[in-house]
Design a protein around this ligand. Structure first.
Ligand code: MRU
Length: 396
């Protein structure tokens, strides 16, 4: 039990990026391998890798993949340095990666770290640049874990008795290279015996709480219970919550916080019940170029996230006849099954078995849908920001 039971979220190995596929957790613990930056962009958009700090590392790894595949194909000039087109393409790819998800500042932060490194080394060859980029991207992953452990320790200092926490979305190890931010504080508090219980909000529509946070807390052995998002007021009113702790995707200069849609509602509820509301985030989440929450671009996602539920898993045939049926269905690769009422399912071979990905519609097909992925909590609702440099109380 403990954080050592958790997997690393993403890492560079043998010239490719490995990541735990978070679209399939907790039912399947698949590792996705990305060979190209385009593949990694797809993984970012689909939420296979997600959470602000993890996106920062993914952004840096995306440029490492570009420099390895396309960058190294470019011949050095006669003087042994990368041609001008190398730097133009690198900047264009950086913009493409940043555009994959607009709200979390960490994604552009990670990409810009690599961009600055490349600019500072314009006298190097594509091969030399590639080595530098990979080394720096791996360093960002290590630094992220170090920052999370430091902010965890700083945050744990706020709690000197066993505490009942409520958390939202997944600001855990899976949202970072390792360890987590909001959950990092809870892991550090648990290590000194100061966690009594954690309430996990399911976090509709994508259920990062129900799927990822609930899973992380089970792996670490921390006592927790899952609630639907609309049950938070009830557990607060009953006196079952001592502190709310969440992560952040971007923090504006005035202290406004963009985080998973529904965070603002929790902050208002916490204020109404006189419960402290903490935001745990590394310094890379603070955006010095963003004056207020109104200046934060909020990502809107596919309406299918709200219109239905996605489930992935394995089919375990119980007879030879069923095995033969699935063999036949998947002879030519992925099989798309046509289901009534707009439900969708694909089946594919995986190892010795068959994996399915299903989307089940839960709303009438013509329903209009609005699906912002984040909201902004005004600074006035925040008790303190917990960072690797210590705990900061807002000025307002
Ligand atoms: O859409 P997601 O899953 O990337 O959203 C993640 C969140 O909102 C997290 O709370 C935030 O990134 C902080 S993670 C340490």
């Amino acid at each position: 039990m403990g954080v050592e039971n958790l997997p690393k979220t993403l890492w560079w190995e043998d010239g490719v990026v490995h990541l735990v596929d978070q679209t399939r957790l907790p039912l399947q613990g698949d590792v996705l391998v990305c060979h190209t930056y385009e593949g990694l962009i797809t993984a970012i958009k689909s939420l296979a890798v997600r959470g602000a700090p993890a996106l920062g590392v993914a952004g840096a790894f995306a440029l490492a993949l570009w420099s390895q595949v396309e960058g190294r194909e470019m011949s050095a000039n006669d003087n042994g340095v990368a041609p001008a087109i190398y730097f133009e393409r690198c900047a264009a790819v950086a913009d493409e990666v940043i555009a994959a998800r607009p709200t979390a500042i960490n994604l552009s932060w990670g990409v810009r770290q690599i961009g600055e490194l490349v600019q500072a080394n314009r006298d190097k060859s594509p091969d030399e640049l590639h080595d530098l980029i990979v080394a720096h991207a791996c360093e960002l992953a290590t630094e992220d874990e170090t920052a999370n452990r430091a902010l965890g320790a700083a945050g744990a200092g706020l709690f000197d008795t066993p505490t009942k926490f409520l958390t939202y979305c997944n600001a855990g190890s899976l949202a970072t290279a390792f360890y987590g931010t909001a959950l990092g504080v809870i892991y550090a508090a648990e290590a000194v015996g100061n966690v009594e219980h954690v309430w996990v909000c399911e976090t509709r529509p994508v259920n990062q709480g129900a799927r990822l946070t609930a899973w992380e807390l089970l792996q670490t052995g921390i006592p927790s219970a899952l609630i639907c998002d609309n049950m938070a007021a009830d557990v607060m009113a009953k006196g079952w919550v001592d502190a709310v702790i969440v992560g952040a995707d971007r923090i504006a200069v005035n202290g406004d916080v963009a985080n998973k849609i529904g965070t603002y509602a929790l902050a208002v509820l916490a204020r109404a019940h006189e419960i402290p509301f903490y935001v745990a985030a590394p310094m890379s989440t603070f955006d010095p170029d963003c004056p207020t929450g109104k200046d934060i671009e909020i990502e809107e996602r596919d309406e299918r996230e709200v219109a239905g539920v996605t489930v992935s898993g394995m089919i375990e045939p119980t007879t030879d006849t069923i095995t033969r049926a699935f063999d036949a269905l998947t002879t030519e690769g992925v099989c798309e099954l046509t289901l009534a009422k707009g439900h969708e399912m694909t089946v594919d071979r995986k190892g010795a078995g068959y994996a399915f990905d299903a989307w089940f519609r839960t709303t009438p097909p013509q329903t209009m849908i609005y699906n912002p992925a984040f909201d902004v909590t005004p600074a006035e609702y925040i008790t303190a920001y917990i960072t690797e440099t210590g705990v900061r109380i807002p000025d307002c």
